[in-house]
Ligand binder design. Sequence first.
Ligand code: BJW
Length: 240
Amino acid sequence: MTETVGEWVAAARRIAVLTGAGISAESGVPTFRDAQTGLWAKFRPEDLATEDAFRARPSVVWDWYLSRREMIGRVAPNAGHLALAAFQARHPGRLTLITQNVDGLHQRAGSEGVLALHGNIFEDKWLDPPRACCRLEAAVPGSPPHCPQCGNRLRPAVVWFGEMLAQDVLAAAERASQACDLMLVIGTSGVVYPAAGLARSVPRGAKVVVINPEPTELDDAAHAVLRGKAAELLPDLLRI
Ligand code: BJW
C-alpha cells in the first residue's frame, strides 16, 4: 500500500496535508490526548484548554502552558517535519501544510506558509479586549502576566475549545482542501472540528490517506490507511 500511495504522491498536482499532534510525537512532544505526567497527571488537557478553565484557575492553566513551552523549546523537528519541508522546497507551490499543532515544529523545520489552525503556543494575547493601556511589552510578569493599569491578563494565543479559529487561516485551509487531488492526514485522532472536517471536504476523485499507528475517526474517509509512525513513513513517501 505504501508503494501505491507513493504513486499517488508522484501524480498529485495539489497536495493538502493536515497534521496533528502525532507528527511531533517522535520529537518527544506528548500527543494532546496522551496521559500527562508529573505535576500535570491529575489534569485532562481537554479540561485545561478552555477559557472557562483559565478564568477559574488562571495560574494553573498559565503554568501548564509555561511548562509546555519549556518542553517544546527543548525538542527539535523530526524526520517527518523535515520530509514535508524538503518536499515543499523541491516542489514549490505543490503542497499546502495545514496543522492543528501549536508547537511551531513545522515552521522550525523550514516549511513555508504553514496554516496553523489552532495558533501558536509561544505567543500571548490579552484575555479581555485590550484597552489603550494594555501593551504587551508593559505587562507585569506573573502567573499570568497582567496590565499594570487595568489588570487585564495575558493568555496564550492558541484556540481553545468553544473559540473561533482565525477566519483567514481556516478559509485558506478550506480552499486548499477543496482544491487538492491528494490529502495526507497525519498523526491526528480526527475528533476535533472544524479541522477534522477538512478531510471530508476534498473534491470528488481526490484521494485521502491517513497515516497513523492507531485507528482514527477519519479512517472511514480514507482511500488508504498507512499504519505507522509519521517520522518513519514520510521520508520514503515524499522522497520524489
Ligand atoms: C502518531 C504518532 C506517530 C501518535 N506518527 N501518528 C462538530 C461536531 C462536534 C463538535 C464540534 C463540531 N464543531 C465544533 C465542535 C466543538 C469543538 C470540537 O471539535 N469538539 C470535539 C472534541 C467534540 N471544536 C471547537 O470548539 C473549535 N471551535 C469551533 O468550532 O468554533 C466554532 C464555535 C464556537 C462556539 C460555539 C460553537 C462553534 C475549536 C477547537 C480548538 C482545539 N484546540 C486544541 C487546543 C489547542 C491549544 C493547546 O494545545 O493547548 O487543539 S484541543 C487539541 O485537539 C489541540 C489539537 O490541535 C487538537 C487535535 O488533537 P490531535 O492533534 O488530533 O491530537 P490527539 O492527541 O487527539 O491525537 C494524536 C494522534 O497521533 C493519535 O491518533 C495517535 O494515534 C497519533 N500518533 N504517535 C503518527 N509517531
